[in-house]
Design a protein around this ligand. Sequence first.
Ligand code: PEP
Length: 250
Amino acid sequence: TPDVRPLVAGNWKMNGTRASLDQIKAIAAGVQGDLADKVDSLLCPPATLLYVATALSTDSPLEIGAQDCHQNASGAHTGDISAEMIADCYGTYVIVGHSERRTDHAETDHLVRAKAEAAIQADLTAVVCIGETADERKSGQTLDILKRQLAGSVPDDATPERIVIAYEPVWAIGTGVTPTTADVAEAHAFLRAELVKRFGEGGKLMRILYGGSVKPSNAKELMGVANVDGALVGGASLKAEDFLAIYRAY
Ligand code: PEP
């Protein structure tokens, strides 16, 4: 999208230990240079590595984020982390509503919206994930689902600085299968129109990432689709070499 800085984001999911810190160092080093003037980069390691990851990237344009946050600022929620805790670790982003959270933890649009609101309250940027399942696509419901998830998961105070949308067809996540570029174009154009309807000028500038089996070999093609403002990368973000190859597709 013209006037929008693309974002290439990595989601490590439940992967990564201290042994992976070399990969974070390599990513932090690799995103420096001319391209950093044009393309933003983000890595979301597991929460256990958040603080050390921000320490390793202080001299790099690489942003560090978390993969989820609780909707409340603090309190009796054993095992959860708050948006404030992420900010306290110098994290600047948080993914909310990833399909694995929606499935594994029965997260609803309503809850995802509350999490995104908590992120904004803590001055984080929330990457709000939406996407249809294989059955929903087969039965022709894709755009209806996207419309409902977008309306339900994105807060009213969303701005292009504080909210990033990630379109991730559930059937494309971790499968090696990607939609055709025509299908990606259709979904992203639809999301853009919905965002403009709701947020006006802000909707024109909000980043819409594509996610689902992005690899070095398909990144250029997918990133070249209209209204695709970057990528959310799972598996291929675990190896610095692959993540950087995707980043350099720009
Ligand atoms: C993801 O989990 O956000 C994702 C897109 O995973 P993968 O790239 O492995 O399909």
